[in-house]
Design a protein around this ligand. Structure first.
Ligand SMILES: *[C@@H]1O[C@H](CO)[C@@H](O)[C@H](O)[C@H]1NC(C)=O
Ligand SMILES: *[C@@H]1O[C@H](CO)[C@@H](O)[C@H](O)[C@H]1NC(C)=O
Length: 218
């Protein structure tokens, strides 16, 4: 109940602030993305487990895992710790934005897949729909952050899904949904950490004065 209420308020904030006359400060947008990701993270494990339960064997088997399976066009949150730690602020935001742009697209595809594969799984459909909306809310906040923090927003168009890959076997469609739910969860774990690093880097830059260059700032 409480989580539901907080979710409503935060979504509303994200939405109405996006079109408000007074833009958020850099600090505020970073905090907002951090809070949204932390909030959405709570349900992401449930989305993954509910998804797996409905796909039959081997997906529904205890301890099911395909850690090395990736989906074309869906950026993975996994990367080496040193490489992640050394990302410059613009790249950090850009990677998250690209991920949630792809994730929102894939949720639409996977929701359609599940409508035909598991038409009666209403709780799953509801969770997938909430996850898609949550991804879209994060994406719009990440887009806003790029502007507010002064990073060059590159093309907002996600890499288009190839039509050939939408016509897959049942098994491949199930795998695609699995990888999506897994990456969604992993990105929601990564983004709050990204925001903490971003905040610390900004504070350092401000105390070092305006001349200090950032490798991503043009
Ligand atoms: C979590 O999932 C429940 C449905 O099980 C939903 O009612 C709730 O709004 C979700 N919370 C968030 C923060 O998405
Ligand atoms: C699942 O994993 C747990 C802990 O890693 C292990 O104890 C258990 O035997 C595993 N179950 C099966 C069915 O493999």
């Amino acid at each position: 109940m409480l989580v539901g209420a907080v979710f409503m308020v935060m979504s509303l904030t994200a939405w109405s602030r996006g079109s408000a006359a007074i833009p958020l400060s850099g600090e505020e947008i970073i905090t907002q993305i951090h809070s949204l990701a932390t909030l959405y993270k709570i349900n992401s494990t449930l989305v993954l487990s509910t998804y797996l339960q409905h796909q039959g064997s081997p997906f529904s088997d205890i301890n099911f895992s395909f850690p090395s399976w990736f989906e074309n066009g869906l950026p993975t949150a996994a990367m080496g710790f040193k490489a992640w730690r050394c990302l410059c602020p613009g790249d950090r935001l850009l990677q998250a934005r690209q991920a949630f742009s792809a994730i929102s697209e894939f949720f639409q595809l996977v929701r359609d897949d599940q409508m035909s594969l598991n038409p009666t799984a209403t709780e799953l459909h509801r969770l997938l729909e909430i996850a898609q909306r949550s991804s879209e809310a994060l994406l719009s906040n990440l887009n806003e952050a790029m502007l507010i923090l002064g990073y060059q927003p590159q093309s907002t168009q996600p890499e288009p899904l190839s039509w050939a890959s939408t016509d897959e076997s049942t098994f491949k469609r199930k795998v695609r949904g699995y990888v999506l739910c897994r990456e969604y969860r992993d990105w929601l774990m990564r983004v709050p950490k990204d925001m903490e690093i971003l905040r610390a880097a900004r504070n350092r830059r401000e105390s070092a004065g305006p001349d200090r260059k950032d490798c991503c700032r043009s």
